[in-house]
Design a protein around this ligand. Structure first.
Ligand code: NAD
Length: 269
């Protein structure tokens, strides 16, 4: 059951939204890698989710695929019910699903605004609210973790760094920033740790086009000189979920190669 190694998640169950690709996939793999049973949420691609489940099982772990659109309340509730039914009470929930619909402000449609807010921010609310309800219902399990539950949001450097032509996305991540901190303040006394990870530029499908067109420009924004891999974020998610990070409450861990250092201000600015 529980390990004496505080970085392990043996005996714990985790749910990761948007886990059939990119950062969510890497987070699911990393959580399974330290012993968690993992529910791999996907919206529309069961083959990709099954592939993630297969990879986890091949490595000796336990995982299931669960379909749900995180912007729909009934689907989120059903996703949690199915995950707990199959894996047992959840100890870790990672709200990762996200989309971009970029446009200049004069050309941004209300549909594009609403779609991004619905998935990135309302989805985070729906998933976070149900995670907290489920942690409360489960009760403390000090044999597996010091915390009652661990809720992690996938935010972005753009909760801090403005992003022209992406105002819907930046607004959604700015919203996650205070959703996370306010929730953390509300539930910390119950033993629930709420935190975020804020990636910089990570090589995934969400930015494949931008990377193809502007890879060199993007690198000038990263003092550390490389675009991140999904695994760079997955490892942080697994650590944040573990008792090794037990005293981290209401924080955003920026994992961005220094992007949020505003490298344009080196020298004379
Ligand atoms: P991705 O496109 O590979 O992953 C996004 C996932 O979310 C996909 O699996 C997609 O199917 C899923 N998804 C989209 N809408 C959904 C919905 N309504 N319900 C359920 N799932 C849904 O891209 P990614 O980069 O891995 O993105 C994951 C998260 O990381 C997002 O929240 C994104 O904003 C954030 N992020 C990414 C970067 C980056 O550079 N890649 C940087 C900062 C933050």
């Amino acid at each position: 059951m529980a390990s004496t190694d505080p970085t392990r998640l043996d005996g714990q169950a985790a749910l990761v939204t948007g886990a059939s690709s990119g950062i969510g996939r890497a987070s699911a793999m990393a959580l399974a890698g330290v012993g968690a049973r993992v529910a791999v949420n996907y919206r529309g691609s069961p083959e990709q989710a099954d592939e993630v489940v297969g990879e986890i099982e091949k490595a000796g772990g336990r995982a299931i695929a669960v379909q749900a659109d995180v912007s729909k309340e009934d689907e989120v509730l059903a996703m949690f019910a199915e995950a707990e039914d199959k894996l047992g009470p959840l100890d870790v929930v990672v709200s990762n699903a996200g989309i971009q619909k970029d446009a200049k402000i004069g050309e941004m449609s209300l549909d594009d605004w609403n779609a991004v807010i619905a998935v990135n921010l309302t989805g985070a609310f729906l998933v976070g609210r149900e995670a907290i309800r489920r942690f409360r219902a489960k009760g403390r399990r000090p044999d597996v973790s010091r915390a009652l539950g661990k809720l992690i949001f996938d935010s972005s450097v753009h909760q801090l760094v403005p992003w022209a032509f992406h105002v819907n996305y930046a607004a959604s991540k700015g919203g996650i920033h205070l959703l996370m901190r306010s929730l953390a303040q509300e539930v910390a006394e119950e033993g629930i740790r709420v935190n975020s990870v804020a990636p910089g530029a990570i090589a995934t499908a969400i930015n494949a086009e931008e990377r193809q067109d502007n890879a060199d420009d993007i690198k000038t924004l990263i003092p550390y000189g490389r675009i991140g891999d999904p695994e760079d974020i997955g490892r942080i998610v697994a650590w944040l979920a573990s008792d090794a990070a037990d005293y981290i409450v209401g924080q955003t861990i920026f994992a961005d190669g220094g992007m949020s250092l505003y490298p344009g201000f080196r020298g004379n600015g």
